[in-house]
Design a protein around this ligand. Structure first.
Ligand code: ADP
Ligand code: ADP
Length: 225
């Protein structure tokens, strides 16, 4: 079942001499539950695409449909609600709040949304991410991998249908990187979420169901693994 569809998506930054065509007429369809890796050289448009899929930027033209909702035709306020309910984003940098514990950092988006989280679900998420024993620790008491798993927990707490990840292991050594990817895969499988991840790591890309290659703002390959 299709969860995400992109039609004739283009994005340009700047004007005149300084104009950059970051994405040129992208078309794409992604099914519910898929794990899609996005690969390509630096500056090819990967982050721009991810941001447009997540409703955090405006396309120059074209459409992004999530569950048949044409997200950029929503009013600003409705888009922001839609995004909070449906999209989780994981970045290379964790941006955890240093004075809040692991558990409090993870619960933050739910709190901002005035959403009650069942204890059983929170505990399950903490266990799945291997953080149960660390739930009351502060970020500076954690390894890099544990910090990234906390930031993943924060992205997953509202049970988004789509999880977008921009180089989530870019700051981790290979051991922590492996662990984070394993736990992230486990977690999205468990909750039947769709995972779209930018990565430079071939070993990670090969674990995806599909690899999309981007070069110079265009999709140059779209291959089922
Ligand atoms: P990637 O994620 O593959 O490295 P990006 O999507 O970040 O690529 O960038 C694609 C192109 O758009 C690059 O040429 C980049 O310099 C340009 N670009 C990205 N963001 C901006 C911005 N906010 N303003 C101007 N140019 C940008
Ligand atoms: P890893 O071997 O996974 O890279 P570290 O060597 O950074 O992890 O840390 C090993 C363990 O020590 C981790 O479980 C982490 O929670 C704990 N730890 C790391 N730094 C601190 C700290 N500053 N204060 C308390 N505990 C810490």
């Amino acid at each position: 079942m299709e969860i995400l569809k992109v039609e004739n998506l283009t994005k340009s930054y700047g004007t005149g001499e300084a104009k950059v065509d970051a994405l040129k007429n992208i078309n794409l369809s992604i099914n519910k539950g898929e794990f899609v890796a996005i690969v390509g050289p630096s500056g090819s448009g990967k982050s721009t695409l991810l941001h447009l899929l997540g409703g955090v930027d405006k396309p120059t033209s074209g459409n992004v449909f999530i569950n048949d909702v044409d997200i950029y035709n929503l009013k600003e306020k409705d888009l922001s609600i839609f995004r909070r309910r449906n999209i989780g984003i994981i970045y290379q940098f964790y941006n955890l709040i240093p004075v809040l514990s692991v558990k409090e950092n993870i619960l933050l988006p739910a709190e901002l949304d005035n959403r009650k989280i069942e204890k059983a679900y929170l505990n399950d998420l903490l266990k799945t991410l291997g953080l149960k024993e660390r739930e009351n620790h502060l970020p500076n008491e954690l390894s890099g991998g544990q910090q990234q798993r906390t930031s993943i927990g924060r992205s997953l707490i509202n049970r988004p249908a789509i999880v977008l990840a921009d180089e989530p292991t870019g700051n981790l050594d290979s051991k922590n990187s492996k662990e984070v990817i394993e736990l992230l895969k486990l977690s999205v499988k468990k909750y039947n979420q769709t995972l779209i991840m930018i990565t430079h790591d071939n070993n990670i890309a090969l674990q995806a169901d599909r690899v999309i290659s981007i070069e110079d703002g265009m999709i140059t390959a779209n291959e089922v693994i």
